[in-house]
Design a protein around this ligand. Structure first.
Ligand code: GRG
Length: 298
């Protein structure tokens, strides 16, 4: 099967998993918060984090895919909460996300905050329920996956990276700070995806740590690519092309290192990530997915 068809098949499956665990209630009094929380999740997205998690579970010999499902859904809820909060007026103040109006634009700023809070907490509810429901032989792996996701989403992960990013808004960013932000803000949740799949499959410490490294390389390459696309995709304003770098006066990987090094680093990092994956096992789809993420044009 062609990669594109496989990708479409997996996307359909992952969307069904994400939908399966969404919160529901017949009580009308919950309606607005559930609608606001589900709105952003149902808007779609590339779903790369759950997709990667399922593939590393397979790569590490996992056989019962039912075990991974709640963790795939939970990681996507956490990612979505981060986007909902990132779009708020106090942060990036964006009106559009995933091709639709942002959550706070539709439901109000208060419910933008609450929808993010709801998704984050609900993700932990889904994961801890899965830990409690696991058979004795799976319980340790499920708890391990939940712990990794919690750490990578929090202070020592995405929230830590976003915090430094916010602190340095409109300030010059040095190499060390940029590395910190990239590793944590973007890298951490992708590392969590690589690691959680492996942990759920019962992989050993060394293998999980190798996949953490691969996740970091993919996450950072993904973010550098994002910065490259910011420069190459121009926007027409009053008939004149405007580069996004000029719009927000932001230090990016490209402004810090130049386009040539940025492109070379992306290639280099993805090659390293691919060779780590290949050293662990055979998963052609995961290799192609890594390639696709860094060669994307939007
Ligand atoms: C608010 C705690 C908190 C964190 C926000 C994710 C994030 C941190 C900010 C979004 C801004 C941004 C450009 C982050 C870099 C990572 C990135 C490209 C996120 C978008 O992820 P995709 O491309 O989005 O996977 P989809 O919509 O496809 O799921």
């Amino acid at each position: 099967m062609m990669f594109k068809d496989e990708l479409d098949n997996r996307l359909l499956y992952i969307n069904s998993v994400i939908k399966e665990f969404l919160p529901e209630s017949d009580n009308e009094l919950y309606k607005k918060i559930i609608d606001a929380a589900c709105y952003s999740v149902e808007a779609g997205g590339k779903r790369i984090r759950p997709m990667i998690m399922l593939e590393t579970y397979r790569l590490c010999g996992g056989k019962d895919e039912e075990i991974v499902k709640p963790f795939m859904a939970a990681l996507e809820y956490i990612h979505t909460y981060s986007l909902v909060h990132d779009d708020l007026p106090a942060m990036d103040n964006d009106d559009y996300r995933r091709g639709r109006l942002t959550t706070h634009k539709v439901f109000g700023e208060d419910f933008g905050i609450l929808a993010g809070d709801a998704l984050l907490n609900y993700a932990y509810e889904v994961m801890t329920s899965a830990v409690c429901a696991a058979s004795p032989e799976n319980m340790k792996n499920c708890a391990g996956a939940a712990a990794v996701i919690a750490r990578k989403a929090g202070i020592f992960g995405m929230v830590g990276g976003q915090s430094l990013d916010v602190l340095l808004t409109d300030k010059p960013v040095n190499e060390e700070e940029m590395e910190f932000i990239f590793n944590l803000k973007t890298g951490a949740l992708i590392e969590a995806a690589f690691m959680a799949g492996a942990i759920l499959a019962g992989a050993g410490k060394e293998c999980v740590s190798q996949l953490e490294k691969a996740g970091n390389l993919v996450g950072v390459a993904f973010q550098i690519k994002d910065d490259i696309l910011d420069v190459t995709s121009t926007q027409e304003v009053l008939g004149k092309p405007v580069f996004s770098d000029e719009k927000n006066n932001k230090t990016t990987y490209v402004t810090l290192y130049g386009m040539e090094k940025a492109a070379a680093d992306v290639e280099n990092m993805s090659e390293k990530a691919e060779s780590i994956v290949k050293s662990i096992g055979d998963n052609e789809f995961l290799i192609e997915l890594i390639n696709k993420l860094i060669s994307r044009e939007k």
